[in-house]
Design a binder for this molecule. Structure first.
Ligand SMILES: NC(=[NH2+])NCCC[C@H](N)C(=O)O
Length: 303
């Protein structure tokens, strides 16, 4: 039998839970039928417990009528395999020098191991996930990305690509039929060859092409921080530009920020940078008023 004080504690806990559910309701209604592109990476992709909570969240999103589209990375997994087979990893300006042999490994790891692991994880939790790369139906067209050297010359670093165009028909078809697309960031060149593309860039461009409601990046940071390391919860693209100009946003964060900024400027309603190390970060961001990370308002959203 429970005592009086435990009854009141139970009641409090129940009412907190009820409040959370009630807070979620307007968002469930508002987001029913919309597409959200989710960039999956970092700890959320390697920690067993975080993997579970991610999979449960994605399946729940689908169950309440949201259409999640997953884009994943896999840099550390590629490094591991290259190291195992004794192939050197060389980076220029943060980009992997990718000869044909390396590209084969990249494609094996991204389109094979990592993609199928995520797909299977979602399916195990009751989703209907299907894994693809940009070479499927040639839906992500890529061109070679050159690095500019300090002397302003163009340097060829192999099969590293940038997005030329995305044909969304395949993804839309999958979504319509209830599937959760899981996309590995590999694109296809003019000759049918594979290109390795940065996953943040693919997620941003895909969100843009799909005119998604949201682009959500799961990262290993709590969000965008100000000079005093405090979380900035809501920002406009203009705020972001100011933070870049005054040096608050540092190098490491810039590629991610640029990908979100581009999406925000090209029709994606809101973009979010959230902490993938927090269990259920996706649900907390989407279904609560305050969220857990940084929300960047799209160009036409109200500040
Ligand atoms: N970091 C934030 N301020 N998040 C607010 C999220 C609000 C709402 N749940 C949405 O997804 O649109």
């Amino acid at each position: 039998m429970s005592t009086d004080s435990s009854i009141s504690l139970d009641t409090m806990e129940a009412s907190t839970k009820a409040n959370i559910l009630a807070e979620a309701l307007p968002y469930i209604r508002r987001f029913s039928g919309v597409t959200m592109v989710i960039k999956y990476g970092g700890n959320a992709m390697t920690d067993p417990q975080l993997k579970e909570s991610f999979a449960k969240d994605v399946v729940l999103l689908k169950l309440v009528g949201i259409h999640p589209v997953i884009v994943h990375g896999g840099g550390p997994q590629i490094n591991d395999l290259l190291q195992k087979i004794g192939k050197d990893n060389q980076f220029i300006q943060g980009m992997r020098v990718t000869d044909n042999e390396t590209m084969n490994i990249v494609e094996m790891v991204l389109g094979g191991c990592v993609n199928k692991e995520i797909t299977s994880l979602l399916n195990q939790h009751g989703g209907h996930a299907v894994g693809i790369t940009g070479r499927d139906n040639h839906f992500i067209k890529a061109r070679k990305l050159y690095v500019s050297t300090p002397e302003n010359a163009r340097q060829d670093i192999g099969q590293v690509g940038e997005v030329e165009s995305i044909d969304t028909a395949l993804i839309e078809e999958m979504v319509e039929h209830g599937y959760i697309p899981v996309v590995a960031p590999v694109g296809v060149g003019e000759q049918g060859e594979a290109f390795n593309i940065n996953a943040d860039v693919v997620a941003g461009k895909l969100a843009e092409s799909l005119q998604a409601e949201k682009l959500i990046m799961l990262t290993n940071t709590i969000g965008v921080l100000d000079k005093n390391q405090q979380l900035l919860s809501r920002l406009t693209p203009a705020d972001i530009n100011a933070l870049i100009a005054d040096g608050t946003l540092q190098n490491g964060m810039l590629p991610k920020i640029n990908a979100t900024l581009q999406a925000a400027m090209h029709g994606v309603h809101n973009t979010h940078i959230i902490d993938g190390r927090v269990p259920h970060a996706l649900l907390l961001e989407i279904f609560t008023d305050k969220g857990v990370g940084t929300m960047i308002l799209g160009q036409n959203e109200q500040a």
